[in-house]
Write a protein that binds this ligand. Structure first.
Ligand code: SAM
Ligand code: SF4
Length: 328
């Protein structure tokens, strides 16, 4: 089989598909409260997304993550997961804010979802309301607990680290790994939210290295875990005897561009070959063409060719799209 690769011989085998730009939360680092979403007429249908995914599969893309916006606000997303599995992807995963997860757990498990990542930045309800601008901590926490009782266990929890906001909870979050089979990962904050002068970003940013040091200072030695997938972005550790793991994702302090295997599809039909730039390649016309497979392949190769080399530094000015639009 022909394998999609970029100009620097990085294999592109991981698709992150944003099924909607909409969301039921308004996390401060992700979108403004008054964000205007794309008119629904611009958004791909789920069938069109499947057509795109199939073309990717034919070029050696084996993993797909369903994301957004909030993927569970998109009607039919459980069906989409089932179809992606039927197409033959080795791994179909989802990233969600957890608000609509509990009622979808059975459906997602039956559809064959392989793994779930739940975004949860704090264990304190009031702080949760401050960060997400929505007062829904208990619903998300209940979904985390419920997910642990399903075939989707162990679950991953992703927390965006912010100095002065949730860095006082590094230890409490790490302690979850002693009690539950939960993989807690802190993600370095990225300047993607319309914060144009960068000063807010600089005051909030906290590095993965500092997070690991602070957790191990309080809770004991963290043993490094060899990643199963060499392209995995997280540095994973374990406390002795803990059923869960603790990790950091460091896109800012240690960008993983050299081993980046990702491509992103936006809900409005554009391929984003790199999160650090605004480069995108429209693919909607190709999907809607009479011979979609060769047309999409041609666009995929074009997108792969413009994927920038490793070594770009993340500019502190934000770009014109938010994470929710690109597909985090
Ligand atoms: N709504 C879903 C969720 O929150 O899990 C999926 C989409 S969200 C854009 C995907 C991930 O991107 C979340 O874990 C979120 O915390 C992360 N994210 C959003 N903006 C970010 C930023 N500025 N820096 C770092 N991570 C960010
Ligand atoms: Fe919504 Fe996820 Fe962005 Fe929060 S991080 S606003 S939950 S898309």
């Amino acid at each position: 089989m022909v394998q999609l690769t970029d100009s620097f011989e990085r294999k592109m085998d991981y698709l992150r598909m944003s099924v909607t730009d909409r969301c039921n939360f308004r996390c401060q680092y992700c979108m403004p409260e008054d964000i205007e979403f794309r008119d629904k007429s611009h958004i791909l249908t789920l069938e069109e997304m499947l057509t795109f995914a199939e073309a990717c599969l034919q070029l050696g893309v084996t993993k797909v993550r369903v994301t957004g916006g909030e993927p569970l606000v998109r009607r039919g997303v459980v069906w989409l997961v089932e179809q992606l599995k039927k197409l033959g992807f080795h791994e179909v995963t989802m990233t969600t804010n957890g608000f609509l997860l509990q009622e979808n757990l059975d459906g997602l498990s039956e559809a064959g979802l392989d793994r779930i990542n739940i975004s949860l930045d704090t264990l304190q309800p009031e702080k949760f309301a401050f960060i997400t601008r929505r007062n829904h901590f208990s619903k998300v926490w209940n979904a985390v607990m419920a997910a642990l009782e399903t075939p989707l266990s162990p679950v991953k929890i992703n927390a965006v680290a912010m100095r002065g906001v949730n860095d006082d909870e590094i230890v409490d979050m790490a302690k979850l790994t002693f009690k539950y089979p939960i993989h807690v990962r802190f993600i370095e904050l990225m300047p993607l939210n319309g914060d144009t002068d960068g000063s807010r970003f600089r005051s909030l940013f906290i590095s993965g290295k500092e997070i690991v040091e602070r957790a191990s200072k309080e809770l004991g030695e963290l043993m490094e875990i060899e990643p199963e997938d060499p392209a995995a972005p997280a540095d994973e550790f374990k406390f002795e005897g803990a059923p869960g793991t603790f990790g950091v994702i460091t896109p800012v302090s240690e960008p993983f561009c050299a081993r980046c295997s990702r491509l992103r599809l936006t809900a409005d039909g554009k391929i984003h070959p790199c999160l650090l730039t605004d480069l995108d390649v429209p693919v909607k016309d190709a999907i809607r063409s009479p011979e979609p497979m060769p047309a999409i392949h041609e666009v995929l190769w074009r997108a792969a060719r413009i994927k920038p080399p490793a070594g770009l530094t993340l500019p502190e000015e934000s770009r014109s799209r938010t994470m929710s639009q690109i597909g985090g």
